[in-house]
Design a binder for this molecule. Structure first.
Ligand code: BES
Ligand code: ZN
Length: 609
């Protein structure tokens, strides 16, 4: 019976593949990849890597399965700071290969000449210390301080620095992996875990096709705690209990998301809480969200980040931006979907509050951006994808969708959204594909929206929805009272949420005196805050207003935390207040930060000078 079943499954799978072969989807040109996937396309990667923590290198092979649409064409891969040792057929017969000229921040093409019958290649290689995807941590950079740690970050174009691949989000591949690491360490990946083989190597497999930026690996002293049947959390032993408590609502979030967007298609939904040098808040690696420990506030007040990374299981991972110019399709949709999950779990007021704060941050940032960076369909020619990173794809993108929802009505809009995820499941699509869907399925909405203004022009259109919330209005009243001279201790702040405190701190005027800072800290204990968002906002004020008693806390924070979102405003304020001090602190800490953070911060704190 079992045999018959697997036979049937095999036949069905082969039929699908045959159909796939006859009509390959044309992949749109991606200026950030050397690959030519419409000629030869990678469909599967089989990794076999050993992690050498002493040398800070990964070494081994990758075997790539190929589809050949142009029989004459070579295979072209993206590599960056990799040492290629050999390229062969899977039988071991050498193939002719060549590394092309290096383009700054983008790497180089690896061109492989294929024999007429080759349907796969094997590449033997190792990573190098210049590679940006892998951050190797010394034990003292971890929570427990006992063992070293490694994690990878693929988005946007870093996967090519740990795996030679067609590193474009337009190409989707399945993968499996075998990872060897020292005893006592556990390896986890963005894939199904298959346990350890007889040699002690960790094995993984992902049968859903994903863009290469979602292949991810972490390895360290890890413990697992189940949150529900399909959800759980990985963290170092000293963090696991706090992490599990903070993330207790995860299963409810998945259920809410399924009601809104359709079935969760990835099997498990786990999270890993990484060491604090992780440069992002979260990264939506399939089946295993990577998260910063700075979301562990103790009161679940920062779990919108989980809703966000979870929402990427639909927007981003299931339906993916075809190029980095369409990045808002990932992040704008996800920010919109995150807010819907938050609303379903915690109510309209909480969701609207988060949205209002996001709009505030967007408006502040719009004053600093160049016009091209304000365009949803971002013109990235001559730029690295990360140069287009701002609140624009996130918040302007989400507001565009909220405006569409407003015009369609929630019921019609939700049906459209579910259809969008269903129709494009496991596809990479462009902004134009989305607009075509909208014009076809909701023509009245498409007709009313100024689509050109929203997607092709800078700035925030006047019809962007602007929710109002009682809880933030209450904060504004207290800010006014404070400005009128009411002492902080007499303000009505009882029971305020993290979001209300953020509003309060962001409203502090430029004229705030050191005496006022002292009074605020005495009343509210900001310098002692265990909430990273509140603390970061407070430390920024402390720098701007010369509040010395926060210095030690600031220095500790900069030493420990590597999250770019926090480091950027803090160093920006430091440079403005005291460039010498900024440089000195940055020099002390730079080696501990991820290259993703330093590539932003180097430009803010000019280290050379
Ligand atoms: N996918 C992004 C992180 C990312 C974007 C990495 C671009 C590399 C290039 C992730 O989903 C994200 O948006 N993270 C946010 C948190 C979120 C709650 C806004 C972050 O890290 O701050
Ligand atoms: Zn995101």
């Amino acid at each position: 019976m079992r045999f018959l079943l697997s036979m049937l499954l095999f036949l069905a799978a082969s039929a699908c593949q045959a159909a796939h072969h006859s009509a390959p989807r044309t992949i749109v040109r991606d200026i950030h990849s050397f690959s030519q996937p419409n000629r030869v396309r990678v469909t599967h990667a089989s990794l076999d890597l050993a992690l050498d923590f002493a040398a800070r290198e990964a070494r081994g092979t990758v075997e790539l399965a190929l589809e050949r649409h142009d029989p004459e064409a070579p295979l072209v891969l993206d590599v960056h700071d990799l040492a290629i040792e050999a390229v062969t057929q899977t039988s071991g017969t050498p193939l002719v290969w060549d590394l092309g000229r290096e383009v700054e921040r983008q790497g180089q093409p690896l061109t492989i000449q294929l024999g007429s019958r080759d349907r796969s290649v094997r590449i033997r290689y190792h990573t190098t210390s210049r590679g940006e995807a892998m951050q190797w941590l010394a034990p003292e950079q971890t929570a427990d301080g006992a063992e070293p740690y490694l994690f990878t970050q693929g988005q946007s174009i870093l996967t090519r620095s740990w795996i030679p691949l067609q590193d474009t989000p337009g190409v989707r591949i399945t993968y499996d992996a075998r990872v060897r690491c020292p005893d006592g360490l556990t390896a986890v990946m963005s894939a199904e875990r298959l346990g350890r083989d007889s040699l002690g190597a960790w094995r993984f497999r992902l049968d859903h096709p994903i863009p290469p930026y979602l292949i991810a690996l972490a390895c360290g002293r890890l413990e697992f705690r189940a949150l529900s049947e399909r959800c759980g959390v990985w963290a170092e032993p000293s963090v696991i209990a706090r992490a599990a408590a903070e993330l207790a609502d995860t299963e409810r979030m998945v259920q809410a998301a399924e009601k809104l967007f359709g079935p969760y298609r990835w099997g498990r939904y786990d999270l890993i809480v990484l060491p604090p040098s992780f440069p992002f808040g979260g990264m939506e690696n399939p089946t295993l969200t990577f998260a910063t420990p700075t979301i562990l506030a103790g009161d679940k007040s920062l779990v919108a980040l989980v809703a966000h990374e979870l929402a990427h299981s639909w927007s981003g991972n299931l339906v993916t931006n075809a190029t980095w110019s369409d990045f808002w399709l990932n992040e704008g949709f996800t920010t919109y979907c995150e807010n819907r999950i938050m609303e379903m779990l915690y109510g309209r007021e909480r969701a609207a509050t988060e949205r209002v704060l996001e709009i505030g941050e967007l408006e502040k940032e719009l004053e600093t951006l160049e016009p091209w960076q304000e365009i949803l369909r971002t013109p990235l020619a001559g730029h690295h994808p990360d140069d287009g990173f701002s609140n624009v794809p996130y918040t302007k993108g989400a507001l565009f969708l909220s405006r569409a929802e407003e015009l369609a009505g929630r019921e019609r809009w939700d049906a459209f959204l579910r259809g969008y995820f269903e129709r494009h499941a496991f596809q990479s699509i462009t902004t134009q594909d989305f607009l075509d869907d909208l014009a076809r399925d909701l023509p009245d909405v498409h007709g009313t929206l100024d689509v050109e203004l929203w997607t092709a022009q800078p700035g925030l259109p006047a019809d962007a929805p602007r929710p109002e919330t009682a809880s933030l209005a209450a904060v504004d009243e207290q800010v006014a009272a404070w400005s009128d001279g009411i002492p902080p201790g007499d303000l009505g702040t009882r029971g305020w949420s993290t979001q209300q405190w953020l509003r309060f701190l962001r409203a502090m005027p430029e004229s705030t005196s050191v005496q006022q800072m002292v009074a605020l800290d005495e009343a509210f204990g900001f310098t002692r805050s265990g909430n990273s968002e509140i603390l970061c906002q407070w430390l920024e004020l402390a720098i701007r207003h010369g509040y010395g008693p926060a210095d030690a806390r600031l220095e500790g924070f900069l030493r420990e935390v590597g999250r770019r979102k926090f480091l950027r405003p803090l160093y920006t304020a430091l440079v403005k207040a005291n460039p010498e001090r900024a440089k000195a602190l940055y020099r002390q800490n730079r080696a501990r930060y991820h290259s993703i953070a330093t590539s932003t911060l180097d430009g803010i704190v000019s280290v050379s000078g």
